[in-house]
Write a new protein. Structure first.
Length: 277
């Protein structure tokens, strides 16, 4: 029998000691369940449903506490403390869950909550967490049924504008659409806790003002992505004005960068090649 680290296991009590009971861990030997977690009336021969993790000395240990996440699952957890190696998250157990700096998308802050994926580190065999959850998303199509209720976990912020205004073709979008989009977006942001609302508004204003390099790059790539999609679509789906606008649009947004200007020219050449076929 092989036990599963970071998961619930059905294990038999084999021995009682002053500081708890030992469970049959099969090939992994006997595993301690400390006294504080031993159910009343527990005796050898009983089978317990326990969660297995590693203690501070990296030994297998059992608990009847319910963790907030198991291995291969996602969760939103709060940072309990930070040291020179990374952040430690409260996941409902005595020993906090470690997130090394290399697995943080941005430097974590104590008291803040983050979406993470729990996994077993291949090198150390420790249970760790990663905030780079995109690396752990399944590419398999889920077997959902129409009308089935599912649990969801909101992961990250995205450009929400068209959630409010609908899908407006790139070359049809006018200032009036952007004004409506901004107004509806801000109304929605105001329903969030003040800290997140202020942060999102600041990021949005930075994007629209295009005063920082990051904002300029974002707006440029956002525009170029639409042109690339046009080039990838069948020419029969193009409307007359797209033949011209796919050659001229976004030129004003790329001038700040020689590299992105070169990328814009490459897209223009793809457009010409597509039209001339």
């Amino acid at each position: 029998m092989n036990v599963k680290l970071g998961k619930y296991n059905q294990l038999e009590v084999v021995k009682e000691v002053d500081f708890g009971v030992y469970l049959d861990g099969g090939d992994d030997g006997e595993i301690l369940l400390p006294t504080r977690y031993v159910p009343e009336g527990c005796k050898p021969g009983d089978v317990l449903n326990v969660f297995l993790y590693l203690d501070n000395e990296e030994r297998l240990i059992a608990t009847t506490l319910q963790p907030l996440v198991q291995v291969d699952e996602f969760a939103c957890l709060e940072v309990a403390w930070i040291n020179e190696f990374g952040a430690f998250l409260n996941w409902g157990l005595m020993k906090d869950l470690f997130v090394p700096f290399r697995e943080q998308k941005m430097k974590m802050q104590k008291g803040r909550k983050y979406i993470i994926h729990a996994h077993i580190d291949e090198d150390s065999y420790r249970i760790m967490a990663s905030a780079k959850v995109e690396h752990y998303l399944s590419k398999e199509h889920p077997d959902y049924r129409l009308g089935q209720e599912v649990d969801i976990l909101i992961w990250q912020k995205t450009d929400l504008g068209e959630c409010f205004t609908g899908d407006i073709p790139t070359f049809d979008k006018k200032q009036v659409h952007e004004d409506i989009e901004e107004n509806l977006l801000f109304n929605w942001i105001d329903t969030l806790p003040s800290y997140y609302a202020e942060e999102m508004k600041a990021l949005y204003n930075e994007m629209t003002e295009r005063k920082t390099v990051e904002a300029k790059i974002y707006k440029a790539i956002d525009s170029l992505e639409a042109l690339i999609q046009h080039n990838a679509s069948d020419l029969s789906t193009w409307i007359p004005k797209e033949y011209k606008l796919n050659l001229t649009s976004a030129d004003d947004r790329v001038r700040f960068s020689e590299y992105i200007t070169t990328l814009r020219q490459a897209i223009r050449e793809d457009t010409l090649a597509k039209i001339e076929k």
